[in-house]
Design a protein around this ligand. Structure first.
Ligand SMILES: *[C@@H]1O[C@H](CO)[C@@H](O)[C@H](O)[C@H]1NC(C)=O
Ligand SMILES: *[C@@H]1O[C@H](CO)[C@@H](O)[C@H](O)[C@H]1NC(C)=O
Ligand SMILES: *[C@@H]1O[C@H](CO)[C@@H](O)[C@H](O)[C@H]1NC(C)=O
Ligand SMILES: *[C@@H]1O[C@H](CO)[C@@H](O)[C@H](O)[C@H]1NC(C)=O
Ligand SMILES: *[C@@H]1O[C@H](CO)[C@@H](O)[C@H](O)[C@H]1NC(C)=O
Ligand SMILES: *[C@@H]1O[C@H](CO)[C@@H](O)[C@H](O)[C@H]1NC(C)=O
Ligand SMILES: *[C@@H]1O[C@H](CO)[C@@H](O)[C@H](O)[C@H]1NC(C)=O
Ligand SMILES: *[C@@H]1O[C@H](CO)[C@@H](O)[C@H](O)[C@H]1NC(C)=O
Length: 484
């Protein structure tokens, strides 16, 4: 069955089609875009500086965490002295937050040497008593009432990295249900979140925990989330889904499964990002981060969280985990910080949807290569249309927008908001050079008096695009149905 699945995933590559789209709803960046915050790594002085920097970008949502084995290494002795100073900054800075609890202390571990096989004892074993875990969640939720959501565990589909000794959605569901019981009793059910799944829910052994936890109704009425890390912002290469452009289709599919079948109250991406220690350069980190954020506006996430605020020191679990920050350990801003600042200064604090009728009138089929990404937004504060575009493989060198007699501005997100073209368009089209990097072209929303009639080729274009896109979706669905 596995070879069939792999075959079908790669088959969808053949039908790689451009992504030309617009969000279905208004995106308010401060509500949509959050960031992970490593509260356990830094003292209160450094943490406050980090918070000031992210607030300077307009970020209002953070995701923090508690390591239970560290918080309560001896039973009944909760080390709030280690946590209060930085956790309380979340409240005092008026940030909104989701906070995880993960990692079993030895005294509550289900580790059993006779059944563990070769997997050594660690905090990734589920608790021997889930009610004890749930009670700690309640204690935390009472102590930090400003926290909006409490997340049960983290990446529980990844064995043995976050769960041991074997993949078990049943054992995870037991932890979750024990916590849900106490949160219901406390009238806090609306604050509960299922632990963010690694990747798109895939386990290294072939299972998919999104599917498995839908079967146990775990997501019903609570927040669902996952961590769609991929090699490239548009999708993954050596991972499932093994299609370099599959993120849009896969995330849309998983998100609809979580909300329709799973009945999750919301669906968030709670981690994404790229590290500049052993993965990409800081410049590419910046480019990829912007591209994924733009793509995530299309796939029906309620929020998406970047990993993470700051680079980490040697306490991080790997070298790679040390390089995901917006700032380095000395609080110096990395290019990704400037690129986000530029993006938000170009778009303003919120962007709106552009109808498919409207955006299809701007763009002509001959411009569209296999991997062009083009995303349309409306900027209501200035009555302008924004078109963010790039070609990951640079197979598309230029594209034409059907714009008549308007003035446009072209921005390069990576270079500190450089407006490097400001042109009055006097012919029927403007030709834009497409690059690997994100550019944004902006022009005034056309008022009815200057509307150019839609040509017949535009109409057939929109038909072809949706047909092609639905083929990709159908193929991906059939891949997933093997898991579901
Ligand atoms: C906080 O951490 C920074 C960086 O490690 C250090 O320079 C500073 O002295 C620490 N401040 C306090 C109050 O411990
Ligand atoms: C460990 O597992 C073995 C085999 O299932 C069982 O007999 C034993 O009682 C377990 N030990 C503990 C402490 O639960
Ligand atoms: C599990 O923990 C709860 C709460 O602390 C306690 O009441 C219960 O007796 C424990 N169960 C077992 C089997 O130890
Ligand atoms: C689908 O997209 C591919 C690649 O972009 C293109 O070659 C093909 O003609 C499209 N198919 C249809 C039916 O439009
Ligand atoms: C945008 O356009 C609308 C409708 O034409 C108008 O009412 C509004 O004042 C405009 N806003 C700006 C900032 O120009
Ligand atoms: C172009 O727009 C200007 C107003 O910005 C208008 O005065 C002019 O008549 C328009 N030209 C054409 C050819 O429509
Ligand atoms: C952006 O501006 C900052 C200073 O505001 C500068 O340090 C940084 O190098 C600039 N980045 C680029 C890519 O120009
Ligand atoms: C596109 O690239 C060509 C060749 O490098 C250049 O002459 C032209 O000005 C560029 N156009 C835009 C709109 O940047």
């Amino acid at each position: 069955m596995k070879s069939l699945i792999l075959f079908m995933v790669s088959f969808s590559l053949v039908f790689g089609s451009p992504v030309i789209d617009s969000p279905t709803k208004q995106i308010i960046w401060s509500d949509f875009f959050g960031i992970n915050f490593q509260n356990e790594f830094f003292n209160v002085t450094v943490a406050q500086s980090q918070i000031s920097l992210i607030k300077g970008l307009g970020i209002e949502w953070v995701r923090a965490g508690f390591h239970w084995a560290y918080l309560e290494s001896t039973e009944g002795n909760l080390r709030f002295d280690l946590y209060d100073p930085v956790m309380n900054l979340i409240g005092s800075n008026g940030l909104k937050s989701i906070v995880t609890l993960v990692g079993t202390p030895d005294w509550c571990s289900s580790y059993n040497s006779s059944t563990a096989g070769n997997v050594p004892m660690s905090d990734t074993y589920p608790p021997s008593n889930n009610t004890r875990f749930a009670e700690t969640m309640i204690i935390l939720s009472n102590r930090y009432p400003f926290v909006n959501f409490w997340e049960v565990w983290n990446e529980q589909n990844l064995v043995p990295g976050f769960f041991s000794p074997v993949y078990s959605y049943q054992l995870y569901n037991d932890i979750f249900q024990a916590t849900k019981t106490l949160f219901s009793k406390a009238g806090k059910l609306s604050q509960l979140a299922v632990g963010g799944l690694g990747y798109y829910g895939y386990a290294g052994t072939g299972e998919n925990m999104v599917a498995d936890l839908i079967s146990t109704k775990t997501f019903e009425g609570v927040l669902a989330s996952y961590h769609p890390y991929t090699d490239l912002p548009e999708g993954g290469n050596g991972q499932l889904p093994s299609n370099p452009y599959a993120h849009v289709a896969t995330a849309r599919y998983v998100n609809s499964q979580l909300s329709i079948q799973g009945k999750a109250s919301q669906v968030w991406c709670t981690e994404y990002g790229w590290s500049n220690t052993g993965q990409v350069t800081t410049t590419i980190q910046a480019e990829y981060t912007i591209k994924r954020l733009l793509i995530d506006t299309l796939v029906n996430f309620d929020k998406t969280f970047l990993f993470t605020t700051s680079d980490l020191d040697g306490k991080a679990s790997s070298i790679r985990d040390q390089g995901y920050g917006l700032v380095d350990l000395m609080l110096n801003k990395k290019p990704v910080f400037y690129s986000l600042r530029n993006l938000f200064s170009i778009t303003g604090s919120k962007v709106d949807a552009v109808s498919s009728n409207e955006f299809n009138s701007y763009i002509t089929s001959s411009d569209l290569g296999d991997d062009l990404v083009g995303i349309f937004f409306k900027k209501t504060s200035t009555n302008t249309t924004l078109f963010a575009f790039w070609s990951p493989s640079q197979s598309v060198k230029s594209l034409n927008l059907n714009l008549f007699n308007v003035s446009g501005n072209l921005y390069q997100v990576s270079a500190n908001n450089t407006k490097f073209l400001s042109a009055k368009i006097t012919s029927n089209v403007i030709s834009l050079n497409v690059t690997e990097n994100v550019q944004i072209f902006e022009w005034p929303i056309k008022d009815t008096s200057s509307t150019t009639p839609q040509t017949s080729s535009d109409v057939s274009l929109s038909f072809k695009l949706s047909l092609n896109y639905s083929l990709v979706i159908t193929l991906l669905c059939s891949v997933f149905f093997f898991f579901f």
